[in-house]
Ligand binder design. Structure first.
Ligand code: KG4
Ligand code: ZN
Length: 351
């Protein structure tokens, strides 16, 4: 079975084709960063409009690269379509949903709305040596931060999540404080490479308390307080970035360690945009080697938003018999724990 994946939940327009026998055949991402940078964050209306302009040419390129041609007038180049139906910006989601649903109708093939975070969790299955179930997943993105036990497709137990800001959001807000352009996470990480260790020390939120929840909003306040009466020269900014990154990484590692110990599961998967962070990757890998825990990441381009993970998830669910209906689904909020395995799910987006 060959599935076209479409992702438009936020500020990346992406399309991909996944083939059950041959794996990923093509994928492409168009980033809207240049459009939103001037506003310091994603402007939902601009995001939706840009998806509208970019999606059709992107789809054409990806379908051509996958070798299916454009399908002619009635012949379908794929056997099914999956689109991100939430969580995300509703206007942006509707663009991908409407295009996916219309193509599926014209091509007379099944079409399924899928969960963006579920796709992030399962993205490591795109790699040549994929993790086996069960695994613990640390999902750290711009909108979400959580730890989950994953027993199979649709079998997620949330072990802990953030009480306020997501880790990526904390990176982006702190980057803004340090004068970096949106989205600041990767730039803050680059600046931190020039920072000196221990020039500042910020708290490791909730690490001294039991449980697996996170809280990152206080960290940015700690950065504001520490820099209040300082001259913000290049070295001071780099030192603050380094201390901030160390605090976030220490916290993520402490809670991941605790989740692995509590579940007794020997594999930790790291997913979502912050999973692209080099310090987090290196330190978790070293910890895993020490403790005998297998630590698995998707390649960096599949940590951040992409459609390869949407096409893969669509394939996993459609090939297992899930069937969508004619509705175009878009949900701003959608909990992972609402999902069911494909055999039990009448639709991947049943709400
Ligand atoms: O998963 P993602 O692409 O989009 C969401 O679904 O949220 O994650 C984007 C987030 C942003 O907050 C971005 O700043 C952060 O991931 N990010 C990073 C790095 N690369 C992306 N944060 C820290 N270090 C990085 N290298
Ligand atoms: Zn994402």
């Amino acid at each position: 079975m060959r599935v076209l994946g479409i992702e438009t939940s936020c500020d990346e327009t992406a399309a991909a084709v996944y083939d059950g026998a041959r794996g990923l055949l093509a994928h492409e991402v168009h980033s809207q960063i240049a459009i939103h940078a001037a506003y310091g964050g994603v402007v939902p209306e601009l995001a939706a409009r840009d998806h509208l302009g970019k999606l059709a040419p992107l789809l054409r390129r990806v379908l051509e690269a996958a070798g299916g041609g454009e399908g002619g007038r009635f012949a379908a180049p794929v056997d099914g379509i999956a689109y991100t139906s939430g969580p995300g910006l509703v206007g942006a989601l509707l663009v991908g949903g409407a295009v996916a649903r219309s193509l599926a109708y014209a091509w007379r093939i099944p079409c399924l709305g899928v969960h963006h975070l579920e796709a992030h969790l399962l993205a490591p299955l795109l790699e040549p040596d994929p993790p086996r179930f069960p695994f613990v997943a640390l999902l750290v993105s711009g909108g979400h931060t959580l730890l989950a036990r994953v027993d199979g497709v649709g079998c997620y137990e949330i072990l802990g999540s953030t009480l306020d800001d997501a880790a990526g959001e904390a990176f982006d807000k702190t980057a803004k404080l340090l004068g970096l352009a949106y989205p600041g996470g990767p730039q803050l990480a680059a600046l931190a490479e020039r920072g000196r260790p221990d020039a500042f020390r910020f708290p490791r939120p909730l690490v001294d308390r039991p449980g697996l929840d996170f809280s990152f909003s206080g960290l940015k306040t700690a950065v504001v307080v520490a820099l209040r009466h300082r001259v913000l020269d290049e070295q001071t900014r780099a030192d603050a970035a380094r201390a901030f990154e160390d605090a976030v990484v220490d916290t993520l590692i402490a809670k991941s360690e605790r989740a692995v110990a509590a579940t007794g599961v020997g594999t930790l998967v790291v997913a979502g945009g912050v999973g692209a962070n080099r310090v987090l990757r290196a330190r978790l890998r070293a910890w895993g080697e020490r403790e005998g825990v297998r630590v698995v990441y998707p390649r960096r381009e599949f940590c951040t938003d992409n459609a390869a993970m949407i096409a893969l998830l669509g394939h996993l669910r459609l090939a297992a018999g899930a069937a969508g209906d004619l509705a175009i689904r878009a949900r701003a909020r959608w909990g992972l724990e609402e999902l069911a395995p494909p055999a039990e799910a009448r639709s991947g987006a049943s709400a």
